[in-house]
Design a protein around this ligand. Structure first.
Ligand SMILES: [Zn+2]
Length: 69
């Protein structure tokens, strides 16, 4: 899901918006499109715990040809 966080420079509101394709979100508060894109918490910290079985050779999870069988 392309969920992004934005900060409206017009009214100092932060909000999250689903942005699909080239959609331009607008502030839900004041309707401004003068927005700063913030790093989404979802994107910045994907909640993928390190699997115990990560390949020790290449660090890849799951699909490593060199490591796990
Ligand atoms: Zn606003």
């Amino acid at each position: 899901m392309p969920l992004f966080s934005y900060h409206c420079t017009g009214c100092d509101t932060e909000f999250e918006a689903l942005v699909i394709g080239a959609d331009q979100p607008a502030c839900p508060d004041c309707g401004s499109v003068e927005l700063e894109k913030l790093l989404s918490r979802v994107a910045a910290e994907p909640r993928v715990p390190e699997p115990v079985g990560a390949c020790s050779t290449c660090g890849q999870y799951g699909g490593c040809a060199a490591g796990r069988s």
